[in-house]
Design a protein around this ligand. Sequence first.
Ligand SMILES: [Zn+2]
Length: 117
Amino acid sequence: MALTHARAERHRIQVRKGDQVKVMAGKDAGKSGRVLSVNATKNTVVVEHVSIIKRHTRPNPSKNVKGGIVEKEAGINVSNVMVICPSCGKHTRVGHTILPDGSKMRSCRHCKSTLDK
Ligand SMILES: [Zn+2]
């Protein structure tokens, strides 16, 4: 019996929804905001007030959609953002701390405090 594991070539995303992140590259470099959503397949995150795109929508009464221009955050690549540590306020790479009970927590590389609640 042969099992084939189709393993996608992707990194595990260290950024989570609700994190405060800083944009390091791209047209919104320097901005920071809260992560609204993470797309693990596309490796993108949607950050509040960052990378706003304008969408021209047609009215669709059955979906209760009004026509016009809608401003919406577009996803940016996770490699362009860094997590801001809530304890020391620096943007950091994400390290891991293994707790005595065996659970893994994300931690700040600067002050070693945990990024997860
Ligand atoms: Zn820190």
